[in-house]
Design a protein around this ligand. Structure first.
Ligand SMILES: [Zn+2]
Length: 314
């Protein structure tokens, strides 16, 4: 149950988006987050209410505005899919009006249904409360952008219907965005630990104790820090044990892009192996692979690796 805006942000971070494609084309589907951006706009302009989001031409065309910006690889503009399948995410109920009243929608709606006006969706599970005010809508949109489309922030933010004509200074700064998204940290952490199966990408250490409150020794670490770029996409994170997290945060070690698209660890020349065992062990990491995630679609973004690599203490 969503009972605060933080819960709502967390729910949007955890969308069941699915992963498609093979090899270099493997990526998360953008359809569900795109549909939610369109829905928030329709609610903002009064064209929809949380209990009556019509499957309409207006919704389809709003979806395609965002989709044209976010689509990649071989993504197809199919708004009917997220309209139905968002039902997996617990806060979305798609319905079809019949003579005796609404019944659950059984299949993806058609273009003809959009003209008929009998198909609609309701926000449920508590989310319906948090889409009514402009500040909350902004938090939800920022959550969607930070998690799914961080690189498109500059293109997407000016298009939100609440701030459609807003001058640039009304678009929230990176700092303001971070302040609005308290629910993001636990969701980012959960995703990173899941895709690395709680294993440190430097030393391979894995301590996970499900019976002790799901205790784990491994942290979720951002490659480019959120305060530098609001980017909670899993390709901007890696799992690290406490020691390697500490060393990476101080730029004593850095995961760097390798020629084959994977990652390789580099150690700073500031480290002196003869001074201590600890420094010697960090130096031994130099040239070792960055252990990959379980799911290839989430392997570290080379651009994020480069950010770390360029800052390795010389
Ligand atoms: Zn480690």
């Amino acid at each position: 149950m969503i009972s605060s805006i933080d819960d709502a942000v967390e729910a949007l971070y955890d969308l069941n988006v699915g992963v498609i494609g093979h090899g270099a084309d493997r990526h998360e589907r953008p359809h569900k987050p795109t549909m939610l951006l369109a829905v928030l706009d329709l609610i903002a302009t009064g064209a929809a209410t949380p209990d009556r989001i019509r499957w309409s031409e207006e919704l389809r065309s709003r979806f395609s505005v965002y989709f044209a910006l976010v689509r990649s690889h071989n993504d197809q503009c199919t708004p009917e899919n997220p309209f139905l399948y968002l039902r997996q995410d617990k806060f979305w109920e798609p319905l079809r009006l019949q003579i005796d009243g609404p019944v659950p929608l059984q299949s993806t709606p058609t273009a003809g249904d959009a003209a008929g006006g009998m198909v609609f969706a309701k926000l449920v599970g508590g989310l319906e409360t948090f889409v009514l005010s402009a500040p909350n809508r902004l938090s939800l949109r920022l959550a969607i952008v930070s998690r799914y489309f961080p690189r498109l922030r500059a293109a997407l933010l000016p298009r939100f219907a609440d701030g459609g004509e807003a001058p640039a200074e009304e678009i929230p700064s990176v700092k303001e965005s971070a302040d609005m998204l308290h629910g993001r940290s636990p969701a980012f952490r959960r995703k990173i630990l899941e895709i690395y199966d709680c294993q440190c990408t430097a030393c391979g250490l894995r301590i996970r104790m499900p019976e002790v409150n799901d205790l784990t020794f491994v942290d979720a670490a951002h490659l480019i820090p959120f305060e530098v770029e609001p980017n909670d996409n899993p390709t901007n994170g890696i799992a690290l044990c406490k020691n390697h997290h500490w060393a990476m945060d101080r730029f004593l070690i850095a995961p760097c892009p390798a020629a084959d698209g994977s990652g390789i660890w580099r150690a700073s020349r500031k480290l002196k192996g003869r001074r201590s065992r600890g420094e010697e062990e960090l130096l031994l990491l130099d040239g070792e692979p960055v252990l990959p995630p379980v799911e290839e679609a989430f392997k570290p973004d080379p651009r994020s690796l480069r950010w770390r690599c360029e800052r390795l203490a010389a």
